[in-house]
Design a protein around this ligand. Structure first.
Ligand SMILES: *[C@@H]1O[C@H](CO)[C@@H](O)[C@H](O)[C@H]1NC(C)=O
Ligand SMILES: *[C@@H]1O[C@H](CO)[C@@H](O)[C@H](O)[C@H]1NC(C)=O
Length: 514
C-alpha cells in the first residue's frame, strides 16, 4: 500500500502506493515555478466513504504525561497512543499556522500527517518528526508518498513500512529544486537518489540494506544505483495507467515533450520512467493549478467522452468498479484526477513574503474537483464555518447546510446530462474563484495592516473572512442547485416565458431548447 501526503505552511498530504485506484492525487509547484512566488501543494482525498469536511486542530498546550490517541485515518479505528508534546500548533485542513501490517505499530500515515502539522514549523522539521515517530512507534501503514512544504521549500518523501518482521519504515525524502514542478498519485516515483547530498536528500540509514535483506535488490549491487521505487513499489501496467497517468497529465499542461511518455502513461512501455520533476515553460498561476485538479484527460489519447460509457452527454465519469471481468477478459476505465468520489481537496499556497499567520492560504473544496469551488481558508484561522465542520452531517447523514452534501447535489445532478449542465456549473465556479482570488489580494493587505499593531486581530480578521466566505458560498450553492433543478429537470431545458410565467395558467413554456 502506498498513500501520498502533503505538509503545508507547513502543508502536508500523502497517499498510498498500492494500486488503490480510488485514492489520491498530489501536485507540487515550487515558488520559482509559480506566478506569485508561492509554494503550492495540491491534494485530492478520494474515497467512496470519506466525508468532505475541513479539519481543525486548535493550538494547545499540554501537561507533562498527557497522551495523544492515534485513530487510523482511513478506518477510524483506535490503534494506540503516544506522548503529547508541550505545545501543538493550530491546524486548518492540511495547513498549520506556520504554515496494521506491522503488529504493535501505532502511527498510520494519516495520523502522521496531522501530528507532524501540529508539531512542526518547517518542512525539514516535519520530515524529522515523521521519521522519528515511525522509528519509535512503528508504522501502521504500508507505502506512502508525502508532499511536504513550507513557504521556502517543497519536499517529496516516500516511505514503506518494514512489515511484520521489523519495526519502523524505510524512506527517502528529496527536496524539489526551485523552479520545478512535481507530482505523485498512488505510485512511488523516487527512483535513484543522491547518497551524499544532505541538504537536498534525506533517507533512512537502512533503505538499501533492508531491500538487500528482503531480496528486493541484489546483495552485490552498488548502493548509488539503488532505485527506491523499483525495489519497493515497482511500476506495473496499473501503476502507469491508473496512477502515473495523472502525473503525465499534469506535466503535459506545463512542459513540452510529454508525448515521449505517452506509451508509458498508457502502461504499454514501462522502460523509461518520467522525470521526478520538470521545469514548466512559463510561471504557473494558482488558478491554473486549481484547474489542473479538474482534469479528465480531455484532449488526450485517453479522452473517453466519446465512448459508449459516456452515453449521450459526454460523461467523463465511470461508476465503480474501475476494472471488471467478462468472459475471461479484464476490462477497465480510465482513472482521472477529477472523480466522483473525492471527499475533499485543496490547493495550498505557502507565501514566504508574508508573516506566518498570513502566509498560508488554503484553498479548500469538497466533492468532485470539477464541481467544487476552492474557497479561501487561512492557515491561522481559529474557527471553521459550520458548513464545513466535521460535525455537520456525515457520510450517512444528509445536511442541507453542509458543503459536502450541497456540492454533491449539484454534481450528481450534472452527471445526468453532463455536456448540457456542466458548462453552466464551470462558469459559476470560475466566477467565484476569480472573485476570491481578487478579494484575497485585498484581504492580505488589510490583514497586514492589522498585523503591524496586533497579530491577534489579524488572525481574527482572517478567521472571520474565511467563515463568512465559506458560509455564503454554501448558501449560494444551494440556491444554485434549486435553479439548476428547475431548469433541467426531467430531461428538459426550461426557459421561463415572461409573458406567461405560469404554465398551469394555460400558457406555454418553451422546452426543450436544445
Ligand atoms: C520502449 O521505450 C523505449 C525508450 O523509451 C524504446 O527504446 C523501446 O524501443 C520501446 N519499446 C517498444 C517495444 O516499443
Ligand atoms: C479581478 O480583478 C481584475 C483586475 O483588478 C479585474 O479585471 C477583474 O474583473 C476582477 N474579477 C472579478 C471576478 O472580480
Amino acid at each position: 500500500m502506498m498513500h501520498l501526503v502533503t505538509i503545508l505552511i507547513l502543508a502536508l498530504a500523502g497517499q498510498a502506493f498500492d494500486i488503490n485506484h480510488d485514492a489520491c492525487t498530489n501536485y507540487l509547484v515550487t515558488r520559482g515555478a509559480s506566478a506569485d512566488g508561492s509554494n503550492i501543494i495540491t491534494y485530492a482525498a478520494d474515497s467512496h466513504v470519506l466525508y468532505g469536511a475541513l479539519y481543525h486542530y486548535p493550538a494547545a498546550d499540554h501537561a507533562p504525561g498527557e497522551m495523544r490517541k492515534i485513530i487510523d485515518w482511513d478506518s477510524g479505528e483506535y490503534i494506540g497512543q503516544i506522548p503529547e508534546v508541550a505545545h501543538t500548533y493550530n491546524v486548518i485542513g492540511n495547513q498549520n499556522e506556520w504554515a496494521p501490517s506491522q503488529p504493535g505499530a501505532i502511527v498510520d500515515y494519516g495520523s502522521l500527517i496531522y501530528i507532524a502539522l501540529q508539531r512542526s514549523k518547517t518542512a525539514r522539521e516535519a520530515i524529522k518528526v515523521m521519521t522519528d515517530l515511525v522509528a519509535q512507534y512503528g508504522y501502521a501503514s504500508e507505502g506512502e508518498s508525502f508532499s511536504i512544504g513550507d513557504p521556502n521549500e517543497l519536499w517529496v518523501m516516500e516511505m514503506i513500512g518494514k512489515g511484520a518482521g521489523e519495526k519502523g519504515a524505510v524512506w527517502v525524502a528529496r527536496r524539489i529544486p526551485d523552479g520545478m514542478i512535481c507530482a505523485h498519485a498512488n505510485q512511488a516515483r523516487i527512483t535513484t537518489f543522491p547518497l551524499n547530498d544532505p541538504d537536498n536528500c534525506y533517507y533512512s540509514a537502512d533503505v538499501v540494506d533492508f531491500a538487500k535483506r528482503k531480496g528486493l535488490y541484489p546483495a552485490s549491487a552498488p548502493a548509488d544505483q539503488f532505485s527506491f521505487s523499483d525495489a519497493y513499489n515497482p511500476i506495473t501496467f496499473d501503476g502507469a495507467r491508473f496512477c502515473d497517468v495523472r502525473v503525465w497529465s499534469f506535466f503535459r499542461k506545463f512542459v513540452n515533450g510529454m508525448d515521449a511518455y505517452l506509451e508509458y502513461a498508457k502502461g504499454y512501455n514501462l522502460t523509461t520512467r518520467m522525470p521526478l520533476w520538470v521545469r514548466p515553460v512559463a510561471k504557473i498561476m494558482v488558478f491554473d493549478v486549481m484547474n489542473a485538479m479538474r482534469d479528465h484527460l480531455e484532449g488526450t489519447w485517453f479522452d473517453f467522452r466519446g465512448d459508449a460509457g459516456a452515453e449521450a452527454f459526454g460523461l467523463p465519469y465511470r461508476w465503480r468498479p474501475l476494472t471488471w471481468d467478462l468472459d475471461g477478459k479484464t476490462y477497465f476505465n480510465e482513472r482521472t484526477v477529477a472523480t466522483q468520489q473525492t471527499g475533499w481537496s485543496f490547493v495550498s499556497q505557502m507565501r514566504s513574503w508574508l508573516p506566518a499567520p498570513l502566509a498560508g492560504l488554503f484553498w479548500f473544496g469538497v466533492d468532485d474537483t470539477a464541481g467544487t469551488v476552492y474557497a479561501p481558508f487561512y492557515g491561522s484561522a481559529t474557527r471553521v464555518p459550520w458548513n464545513y465542520d466535521t460535525r455537520n452531517g456525515d457520510m450517512m447523514t444528509f445536511s442541507f447546510d453542509s458543503a459536502f452534501w450541497v456540492f454533491n447535489l449539484v454534481t450528481n445532478f450534472a452527471y445526468q446530462r453532463y455536456s448540457i449542465i456542466q458548462p453552466e456549473i464551470a462558469m459559476k465556479i470560475q466566477d467565484y474563484e476569480m472573485r476570491y482570488l481578487n478579494e484575497t489580494v485585498n484581504v492580505d493587505v488589510q490583514a497586514m495592516k492589522l498585523y503591524q499593531s496586533s497579530p491577534a486581530s489579524a488572525v481574527e480578521y482572517l478567521t472571520a473572512y474565511s467563515e463568512k466566505t465559506g458560509s455564503a458560498l454554501v448558501q449560494d450553492w444551494l440556491t444554485f442547485f434549486k435553479y439548476l433543478f428547475v431548469k433541467y429537470m426531467d430531461g428538459n431545458v426550461k426557459v421561463a416565458d415572461p409573458k406567461h410565467p405560469n404554465p398551469q395558467a394555460g400558457a406555454k413554456y418553451r422546452y426543450p431548447t436544445k
